[in-house]
Design a protein around this ligand. Sequence first.
Ligand code: ADP
Ligand code: MG
Length: 568
Amino acid sequence: ATEKQTLGFQAEVKQLLQLMIHSLYSNKEIFLRELISNASDAADKLRFEAINNAALYENDPELQIRIAVDKAARTITISDNGIGMSRDEAVEHLGTIARSGTKEFFSKLSGDQQKDAALIGQFGVGFYSAFIVADRITVESRRADLPADQGVRWESGGEGDFSVETITKPTRGTDIILHLREGEDEFLSAWQIKSVIRKYSDHISLPIRMQKEEWDEEAKEMKTTEELETVNQASALWARSKSEITPEQYNEFYKHVSHDFQDPLTYTHNRVEGRSEYTQLLYIPAHAPFDLWDRNKRGGIKLYVKRVFIMDDAEQLMPVYLRFVKGVIDSNDLPLNVSREILQESRDVKVIREGSTKRVLGMLEELANSEDAAQKEKYASFWKEFGQVLKEGMGEDAGNKERIAKLLRFASTQNDSDEQNVSFADYVARMKEGQDKIYYVAAETFDAAKNSPHLEIFRKKGVEVLLLTDRVDEWMLSFLNDFEGKELVSVAKGDLDLGKLEDEAEKKQHEETEVQYKELVEKMKTALAEKAKDVRVTFRLTDSPACLVADENEMSANLVRMLKAAGQ
Ligand code: ADP
Ligand code: MG
């Protein structure tokens, strides 16, 4: 179709637009960051497609972003010579939200403006944020592999619908023309635009160019000249040396690669030399994304080869249990035409994944072991957001399981709160004289764990027990027999041997009691023959009359429940 069409936005887009305009107004300058980020992505995509098709560069090989202000027309135009969009792509990408986690996001909205603003931040605002300052947006684009007469003009007032028509566009790439709302004239100042670029987009590796301004003595005002100047540093941030990068620049770069709106929790930046040469800049987000539990999600690492963008979400570069990590890995060894299939086989990739895994674990250890209260607080916050996912590593990454075990945090009878803040090391340091095992109880809820009759004897003796209530806990512990030589034991297991925790007098008393009740036990065994495998006198209860235990070699009741729930 070449005629002009008017189409409605997807319902979610309408809702997002409404929300965004109202809740992000105090932060409105971020629209520029979002549009520049998209332009940079578009250039990355062109460079990647051009690896196998150099003709895509046409006669315009230098990728760049141009920003122009027109005071008379009250417009700002952000132009790139990247991959561009076809008509169909414009309809799809600028009329719907395809991001994963969309459903979860919309179901979490509360109507409370402040809370929702924070949620939008987590979800990512993107292109639509331009409607905060513009009451009309015109997008003119032409995909790099299409002829000049197959350009597209997309236009919308940001309410319910948008129009598309086919146009002739000689240059490839995209121009985004913002018609500023009444009262947004501050963005007509080139000086203001430049300062926003330096603040949010300095890390963009393409040059962002604007016309230079000069003082006009006669008119007593700044006049734009024909000369162009590059506003940003225009070099890949991860390739610069650490000492030249400010924390703010690291944070802004994070927002660009992650599409997150908030600062990251922490990051690590290293150049690795040796058998495999690569640079890694890896971030841990402050908050879990909406699609953390989406099994099809690919992860958050962008792969570059010698500064050339190769792919988003290169899942081979990070194990699944670290899928929340975002960032960039730039390899010097991989071929430019590397595909996902090649990545799977590559030895270089294996080396990179192992190295990056160690880095991430190191970064977490640094927070966890820090004496600094703020760092410790960060680890607690990390654990709340991502602890459940990290636990998967106990099964997935046998080589690092000792390191992961040290990063685990549990609730415990020590503080009787459901906050998970006790490490194995904390537990071991508090072990009683004569205690040589780590005890835990697993249950479906915190209350069930805390009130478990199995705990009675432990409470009486003042022995700490870890309270495990997350679904993956027992599965996870099945990969760990001991922590630094201290065997992990469920208090619900059959022959609970308290070993040296029992004194001689108690042992003697127990033996006598067993003899005394022998007859009763035999009667009960006969009566319960169908229902119980065994009946025993127990000394672990102090208040409850009886409890059920699992056989030494059998799965615990809780694990059985969990596997059933998982359909096995
Ligand atoms: P995101 O960048 O997170 O994908 P956006 O809302 O910022 O989300 O952009 C939506 C989509 O629109 C992009 O994924 C891209 O496909 C397309 N798009 C936006 N700006 C451009 C551009 N300058 N050039 C090419 N495609 C673009
Ligand atoms: Mg974007």
